[in-house]
Design a protein around this ligand. Structure first.
Ligand code: 8YV
Length: 332
């Protein structure tokens, strides 16, 4: 029996590619370029599985154009690139890469919060530009972190890991808002108190966004929400770009109706709203919250393990949908 054919849309850890090659016919993207949708569809012809980084839209049109495709394994915990109902209807499995990135992503969320509150990037640019002449009592005076109120919007695994860092490491008072309230045990462990969204926006000194991107969370933080925040507050987005209205945020930063922002994700990334590049009180990073060698390897390995388990008939390890059995595409 021939081995299933797997397409890697971007480069991943070489040891995971070598592992995949023991079980599959692997076709990779040697130049590691971001293919257009048309290029992806052309390359997917005859492929049984796709390992993607979560950037290619998997919808009814793509699935109809790639009738042999049976599974898409995302190298990301987010799967907003999947049209889940379309995948269910077409009998195609989707998987994500949860858990293995939780602590690393929470570390980065905290790093971004610290860098933003304490103006680390702004002050480094000043130093590199040769502008430092003498000590001054208010030179890059930033916002306090320890003992302040940490607000978290989206209290899944990563939100909880951030809450633990804030409460246990920095003595912060943690409040959160989420679609559902945590169990009393989890709330106690995270030392977190559930509040409504308005109170979260009004009370947080540092507000971290860690919620999934859906039609409901599109622009969950826009002009109206920013207007509720304290003028001394910072906003940190490590979730998805579309959750924040970037144009409204740039206006709030320029007018200093909030103090600062730290952004790892952007609407329309890798392009940025040009106004964000013009304001000094924002720390900008290129979607790297999960980017450590060990974590990116673990994410790639989990995606590979999903493919292997699926094609072995054992069922995907971290499925995000249950494909319609009647429509399920025959495995190679
Ligand atoms: C990924 C992410 O690195 O997991 C996610 O949802 O946003 C990041 O950890 C990115 O999606 C590329 O795969």
């Amino acid at each position: 029996m021939s081995r299933p054919k797997i397409l890697l849309s971007r480069a991943i850890a070489p040891e995971v590619v070598a592992h995949l090659a023991q079980h599959f016919e692997v076709q990779s993207n040697p130049q590691d370029v971001q293919w257009t949708r048309a290029e992806l569809i052309a390359r997917l012809q005859g492929q049984d599985g796709l390992l993607d980084t979560g950037t290619q839209r998997i919808d009814a049109d793509l699935l109809a154009a790639c009738p042999q495709l049976k599974i898409v394994a995302n190298l990301s915990v987010g799967f907003n690139n999947f049209d889940v109902p379309a995948m269910v209807a077409a009998g195609v499995q989707g998987t994500n890469a949860p858990d293995v990135l939780t602590e690393t992503t929470a570390d980065f969320g905290f790093a971004l919060l610290m860098a933003t509150a304490r103006r680390i990037c702004e002050s480094e640019h000043y130093l590199r530009a040769g502008k430092w002449q003498s000590w001054s009592h208010d030179l890059f005076a930033g916002a306090e972190v320890h003992g302040t109120t940490l607000g978290i919007l989206g209290m899944g695994r990563i939100g909880q890991a951030i809450a633990r860092r804030g409460a246990h490491g920095f003595g912060m008072k943690v409040i959160y808002h989420n679609r559902s309230q945590l169990t009393p045990e989890l709330e106690a462990e995270c030392k977190a108190r559930y509040v409504d969204k308005q109170e979260l926006l009004r009370s947080a000194d540092h507000l971290v966004l860690v919620l999934p991107y859906t039609a409901q969370s599109h622009h969950a933080v826009g002009a109206a929400e920013l207007a509720l925040m304290k003028p001394t507050a910072t906003l940190i987005n490590i979730a998805r770009g579309g959750i924040v209205d970037d144009a409204a945020l740039a206006r709030a930063l320029r007018a200093r109706t909030i103090a600062a922002a730290g952004l790892d994700v952007f609407e329309g990334e890798p392009s940025l709203h040009p106004d964000l590049l013009e304001v000094p009180n924002v720390v900008l990073t290129p979607h790297i919250a999960s980017a450590t060698g060990p974590t990116r390897r673990a994410m790639a390995q989990l995606a590979a393990d999903n493919l292997q388990a699926f094609f072995a008939g054992e069922g995907a390890l971290t499925p995000v949908n249950t494909p319609d059995a009647a429509a399920a595409r025959v495995r190679a």
